[in-house]
Design a protein around this ligand. Sequence first.
Ligand SMILES: Cc1cc2nc3c(=O)[nH]c(=O)nc-3n(C[C@H](O)[C@H](O)[C@H](O)COP(=O)(O)O)c2cc1C
Ligand code: SF4
Ligand code: FES
Length: 553
Amino acid sequence: MKRTRGKKGRVMGRVMDQKALADIRNLLKGEPRTRDMLIEHLHKIQDHYHHISQSHILALASEMNLPMAEVYETATFYHHFDVIKEGNTPPPSLTVRVCDSLTCEMFGAKNLIRELQSDKSLKVRIQPVPCVGRCDAAPVAVVGTYPVENADAVKVKNAIASNQTEADSPVCISYEDYKKDGGYETLVKCVNGKHDREDIIKQLEDSNLRGLGGAGFPVGKKWRILKDQPKPKLIAINIDEGEPGTFKDRYYLERDPHRFIEGTLIAHWAIEAETIYIYLRDEYAGCRKMLEHELSLLKKNPPCELPPIYLRRGAGAYICGEESAMIESIEGKKGMPRLRPPYVAQVGLFGRPTLEQNMESMHWLRDIIEKGPEWFASNGRNGRKGLRSFSVSGRIQKPGVHLAPAGITMRELIDEYCGGMLPGHEFYGYFPGGASGGILPASLADIPLDFDTLQPHGCFIGSAAIVVLSNQDNARTMALNAMRFFEDESCGQCTPCRVGTAKAVKLMEQKDWDQPLLEELARAMEDASICGLGQAAPNPLRCAIKYFPEEFE
Ligand SMILES: Cc1cc2nc3c(=O)[nH]c(=O)nc-3n(C[C@H](O)[C@H](O)[C@H](O)COP(=O)(O)O)c2cc1C
Ligand code: SF4
Ligand code: FES
């Protein structure tokens, strides 16, 4: 690791502000100064001062023995850190984040932002932000960390006036209650040798459980790969949930956190891993409080010997949901995806073989083992197997997470689970897999929704985030919204994605789309981007052109 300290009290030729250094030492107390703690420490500064000054960056770099440029670059990568250059004015201490992603735009986010920004009596910062994972209650504003659902200007101003700025901890099934209901017994059986590792992996394979973070890689197969990797191995659980339209992980986490923790501990036993890291998006501040509490209860009175479990906090960057970017972020770096191979299963966190799984993938473990793999696989429709947690939002009567058979069609989902369309709205189209998964017209509402079934139509199910559009919406506006999101969230590492998304936004803002040029851009992004963000970014654009031609006449 490079040393940046030269003469006493100077870093990279800059004079150290002793007060800033004392501030940092006071905040960090006895916590480790290791590189992987950088983002955690930046959060402490941001939380305390509501911004991060240049002198605090300098002091933190000195304290952690890191080059200042590296601390600066990392801090400025993440949207939730307000890095303020010397002489610049820090933002107001309270920020109101208003989601302007797909569903929130449909439900009036733009007007809400305009109304709040134009009220000069508000001494707060109003910031448009991407999806905050509460699309079933769109539009959503977050005052400090307090979420205001079905927001309007009055509700937001009331929260500000009454100083309601902190997220509440959700009321979940507690550790005690979870145990009373047989929780952690399956884990204890595993650890005590009553289950066989090979047998559990076989059960997972038979259940047909696929990774529920978006890519759908079979869970049993991934465990088998990891089981054969050399020790030490690590586990990283992905609760970054940033795909616009997705809120299923939050739904399960808020209600039943120990279920995914037990699943994760079973994975830890099955692949003989060492340490567990849980990466939780920063937007889920209430869940963080709750999870910290529940983990402390578990560690205080464990059902069996536990491995180290670390909870790590994202910092407002969608790309950190991508598995290799998440690993970089846990290591305390900018969340930039890695080139593969090597895959994270071989060379992952801290260079070790790493099992990375979506939180919901782990949620189903206990049920699959207790009820048998055939229970999970016996669900399904139209020739598909398993269950899917659909996050459904948009113009339906009952938005929310609907647990339904894999392979259900959109029409069936709306009729049987979502209570039909909202009054006065006629079904027009849908995003089957969040912003990345493309847009389909109502005429294609009878395709089974599952992994692999939508690709022939230029779409994918991803994390099963469905946004339902009606005749009051249009696909080209939604496709532009999605492309703006990709432009904002592109990590900038590769040109096709960085430049392609920006150029596409410019072209899509025009009244007449230059369709041949957009297609050329789409092909470059799809073929030459390093990761799934750039590769999937053209999906909504292409679908708008292909399935909604009347909007361009
Ligand atoms: C741009 C991008 C964003 C992603 N975001 C998430 C996410 O928020 N949560 C998640 O679990 N997986 C996300 N993924 C998928 C992960 O890369 C990875 O496949 C997943 O975490 C593996 O777990 P699983 O097999 O249990 O699904 C994302 C992928 C890409 C390309
Ligand atoms: S595709 Fe986009 S997000 Fe992915 S590595 Fe390239 S620039 Fe970054
Ligand atoms: S919370 Fe606004 S789109 Fe998800």
